[in-house]
Ligand binder design. Structure first.
Ligand code: SF4
Ligand code: SF4
Ligand code: SF4
Ligand code: FES
Length: 947
């Protein structure tokens, strides 16, 4: 296998953009952009110059001196990687003298490097070995180097890769990758000459340093010095399949590299447009869950949840499930059952679930987990701009001058995008962070926010209105843009509203907690930037006024003219890998694929004729409505694909009561998750490695998911849905997910031009993709908005019910951590738990002291919904009056305390604001004790089935 960590097409130095210059290399004419290195020019002419420290994803460094060339009219032997190509230059890359010099350099490297290539795990995947072989160097005239390199201890502290100083040639690639690509600055080189050695942090091991395990240093290491442990243990991969990460909404492209059926490494794909060869610890390393022993690979059924499971064949499972669901409908009516699609499954799978619900269940009771995260984005952006999606491609951030990050923590939740963002900030862009918490971006290596507006949870609308107030009252609007691009009457009305004193920074200061002068300064910075971009996350959407804030963000972008070109825009950072896709595919009860309302007879007619059934025109139940209806006794059957509502949805006790109220709960998942413990049918799911399909990331990019191994349970998720639908009497006959995509394209104007063959050709496609934009649309709303003219919506601030009181004086807000993902079902089953093994409660030292709480103490956290117990982490990351936790571990019960408050327009839960009291306690909460007992009983019942 070739070296796939850095592709063989590596041209040595990065691409440049500039006027053309022409030169010859070994007599071959070549024309390149001004600023291009001689090494890259040679590569473009088809001539590979030997190199060690250069690679085309990093700026040239010029340390190894292997890439020497001769240039007519110049003295000496310049390094081709650091020498810029010039008009008329005549370069020679081959001569006896050059070979002697290069050999001499390589012999010096070899003298300090063990010559045990045959037994080395990088044998066949080592650039030093390749260069030495190309120069005929088999041993060193200089003998074996004296000194410490060979003696230095190997660092195996990181669970995924190790560092062997003996193999290091001090080429600095790892240091540069960590600095320039990842932006963590965790590595340095200590010492000089032979004594120089790469170290993490202040001569710490990797695990104790600032390293975030992104793997960029490992990708870039030309030797075995930094190497994946899987490769050290099992040898080099034999084949590779290019696919898309199944974790977050960045949608990184990877080569899944395998030996037999075992994935040995996920090598980030340099051609991947979302990630350009970078990755984070989840996608790069945390793939072991796919083959974890907890995977359930046989369908199981039981009549009651206190009975042991019984393993059955797929056919029996389908027949049993269909007959139970039909029996429920006979007894309780056609609307007594429904389905939940997954933002982790592919577009094609999601499409099939909503199709099955509408066509086979015969109702519109379908919803998606996007309900609980980004449904306000859909509502807010559709209302103002006309399309329920972010406006830019990720690379657009490279053109932004001012970047406002609101209610998002990209370093933890969207790490590869965070690296891009930080690169732009290091280049000089200015940063406004709007977050109650001091997130990493506020002050990280070589990045410092110009403004950290630490607003009080629940005050987003007051804040965004105050920003717009400054813009309109200080004459900072983009009048030309507004006149040309926006509806005039709504604008005038909105302008009057926003200019009123109630929206001034001074008036809102007591609500937001942001000093008025600082907010004014931030607003001026944003409004006067040539290009200002907004990136936001769940800290915006998961509020009782989530939709209002999204509209406020769109208003701010419109009033400052920051839409419709690169470097600007409104960019929701989606949490899960396919949140965008699951919404696009018609998962909401009121919308068919492409966000078209179910009540529209024309749209419905299209689907009715393709699907051969009559569709109900009324929207069905949303997830919270399904739960309420179950508790009320008239919703009895639920099919949940790849979602864990018992852990992820708010007010856990209410959700549990709803699940217990069901007569038939069907869960399709990889593991017996928290929801499956209440299930009557378990249908084994397939991981992203086991199926074909597509995911759509936060920039509307549709990327291929390709099968690397056969489904462990025999069927991929799309085949399972087909099996159930067939048993329900509505057969769907697709031979491959490409046929499902063809149907989606036939029925959905924004997907009309999408096909698997085009995806093969282009790699990925940003929708809309149709006759107007056959290769997709990187930037939306260019020239005009999807709705025609932009609409300024009135965004009045209505305080949430969750306000701090004497009884509940603190405001709890929630978020994510880099190494864990969502409910943790995947990452908890990988060594990522070595980085973060429990959810903790972040509390400001003042609040802790008032309550007699010390670091690590158990704290009871009580809200009006419930209570739980978490360990205290005293930190100034949170402001006084605010506490914070993550929700990656079920036993933490983070959602036992979140309430059922929700967004007025979409029912998205208000996860981000819960009024709580915190006290020091000595034992777990009653819910936690019950949870542990129930979970262990369910494990026992599962164990019996498996035995
Ligand atoms: S894994 Fe990433 S963060 Fe850690 S040292 Fe390497 S490049 Fe830096
Ligand atoms: S660890 Fe690898 S990349 Fe880093 S300096 Fe050593 S050889 Fe180069
Ligand atoms: S989790 Fe997100 S940022 Fe990390 S590799 Fe996967 S898609 Fe990329
Ligand atoms: S590759 Fe040019 S100096 Fe190392």
């Amino acid at each position: 296998m070739n070296n796939t960590r850095l592709e063989i097409s590596d041209k040595g130095t990065p691409i440049k953009i500039g006027q053309p210059v022409s030169l010859t290399v070994d007599g071959k004419p070549v024309t390149v952009a001004r600023g291009t290195s001689v090494m890259r020019a040679a590569a473009l002419a088809g001539i590979a110059v030997p190199k060690l420290c250069a690679t085309d994803s990093l700026e040239a460094f010029g340390s190894c001196r292997v890439c020497l060339v001769e240039i007519e009219g110049r003295k000496g032997y310049p390094a081709s990687c650091t020498t810029v190509a010039e008009e008329g230059m005549e370069v020679h890359t081959r001569s006896q003298r050059l070979d002697e010099l290069r050999r001499s350099v390589v012999e010096l490297y070899v003298s300090d490097h063990p010559l045990d290539c045959v037994s080395c795990s990088a044998n066949g995947d080592c650039e030093l070995q390749d260069v030495a072989a190309s120069l005929g160097v088999e041993e060193s005239r200089y003998g074996v180097g004296e000194g410490g390199w060979r003696e230095a201890d190997k660092d195996s502290s990181n669970p995924y890769f190790s560092f062997d100083p003996a193999q290091c040639i001090v080429c600095y690639r790892c240091v540069r990758a960590c600095d320039d690509i990842q932006g963590t600055f965790a590595l340095t080189v200590h010492g000089r000459g032979h004594a120089s050695v790469v170290t993490a942090g202040q001569r710490e091991n990797f695990m104790d340093s600032d390293c975030v395990s992104c793997g960029a240093c490992v990708n870039h290491c030309p030797t075995e010095a930094l190497m994946e442990k899987t490769v050290i243990e099992d040898g080099l991969p034999e084949r590779s399949v290019t696919t898309t990460c199944a974790y977050c909404g960045v949608g990184c492209s990877f080569h899944a590299e395998l030996k037999g059926d075992r994935v040995l490494r996920m090598a980030p794909d340099k051609a991947g447009r979302a990630n350009e060869g970078h990755a984070c610890v989840k996608g790069r390393f945390a793939f072991g869950y796919a083959t974890h022993r907890d995977r359930i690979t046989k369908p199981m059924i039981r009549d009651r949840i206190d009975e042991p499971w019984r393993e059955v064949s797929w056919d029996e499972a389908f027949e049993h499930t269909a007959s139970r669901l039909r029996a429920i409908q006979d007894r309780h009516g056609p609307d007594s059952i429904g389905g939940i699609t997954s933002s982790r499954c592919t577009n094609e799978e999601t499409y099939l679930v909503q199709k099955m619900v509408r066509a086979a269940f015969g109702n519109n009771n379908v919803d998606t987990c996007a309900r609980v995260c980004h449904s306000p984005t859909g509502y807010g952006l559709k209302t103002t701009l006309g399309e329920s999606a972010g406006t830019q491609a990720f690379h657009s951030v490279a053109h932004a001058d001012v970047i406002m990050v609101m209610g998002a923590n990209p370093s933890d939740a969207h790490p590869v995008f965070a690296s891009r963002l930080k690169r732009r900030l290091r280049e000089g862009a200015r940063l406004i962070v709007v977050d109650p918490r001091r997130i990493e971006l506020v002050n990280s290596p070589h990045v410092r926010a110009d403004h950290h507006l630490a607003l009080r949870p629940g005050s987003n609308v007051a804040f965004i209105n105050a920003m717009a107030h400054v813009v309109v009252t200080e004459g900072l609007e983009d009048r030309e843009f507004i006149a040309a691009r926006c509806e005039e009457a709504p604008y005038r009305k909105w302008r009057d509203f926003i200019a009123s004193e109630q929206n001034s920074p001074e008036a809102t200061e007591r609500v937001t907690g942001i000093p008025a002068p600082e907010l004014r300064a931030a607003a001026r910075l944003f409004a006067t930037a040539p290009n200002a971009a907004i990136y936001y996350g769940l800290g915006v959407s998961e509020h009782s006024q989530g939709s209002t804030t999204v509209m406020g963000i769109a208003n701010l972008a419109m009033v400052t003219g920051n839409l419709g070109r690169e470097g600007v825009g409104v960019n929701p950072l989606r949490g899960q890998n396919n949140v965008q896709g699951s919404c696009d595919m018609g998962s909401f009860p009121h919308e068919l694929p492409g966000y078209r309302h179910i009540s529209d007879p024309g749209v419905r007619g299209l689907f009715e004729s393709e699907w051969g059934v009559a569709l109900k025109p009324e929207p069905g139940l949303r997830i919270p409505n399904m739960f309420d209806a179950s508790v009320a006794g008239h919703f009895k059957g639920l099919y949940v694909q790849g979602e864990d509502v018992a852990q992820s949805d708010p007010n856990t006790q209410h959700v549990e009561a709803a699940l217990r109220g069901l007569e038939c709960l069907v869960v399709q998942d990889l593991f017996l998750n928290e929801t499956a413990r209440f299930a009557h049918v378990f249908l084994p799911g397939s991981s992203f490695l086991e199926k074909d399909g597509t995911f759509t990331n936060a920039e509307r990019r549709i990327s291929p998911v390709r099968k690397a191994i056969e489904p462990l349970a025999g069927l991929a998720d799309w085949e399972v849905t087909m099996g159930l639908s067939r048993a329900l009497g509505y057969p769907m006959e697709y031979r491959h997910p490409s046929e499902i995509m063809d149907e989606i394209a036939r029925l959905t104007p924004t997907f009309a031009g999408v096909s698997y063959s085009k995806l093969e050709r282009l790699g990925s496609i940003q929708w809309p993709c149709n006759d107007t934009a056959p290769d997709g649309t990187p930037t939306m709303h260019v020239g005009e908005f999807v709705r025609g003219k932009g609409y300024f919506a009135i965004t009045g601030f209505v305080p949430t019910d969750e306000v701090a009181t004497r009884k509940y004086p603190l405001l709890l807000t929630t978020g994510r951590i880099l190494s864990q993902y969502n409910v943790g079902a995947q990452t908890r089953r990988t060594p990522n738990s070595e980085f973060y093994s429990e959810d903790v409660l972040e509390i400001h030292p003042f609040d802790a002291e008032e309550r007699g709480i010390a670091q690590g103490d158990w704290c009871g956290v009580v809200s009006r919904a419930g209570n739980t117990v978490l360990r205290a982490d005293l930190t100034v990351r949170v402001q006084p009056g605010v506490v914070y936790t993550t929700f990656h571990f079920p036993s933490s019960g983070a959602n036992v305390i979140t309430t059922d408050n929700s967004d007025w327009a979409t029912n998205c839960p208000e996860y981000k604001v819960t009024a709580v009291q915190v006290t020091k306690v000595a034992e777990p909460s009653a819910w936690q004790k019950e949870y542990r007992a129930f979970a262990s009983r369910q494990e026992e019942l599962l164990g019996k089935a498996r035995a």
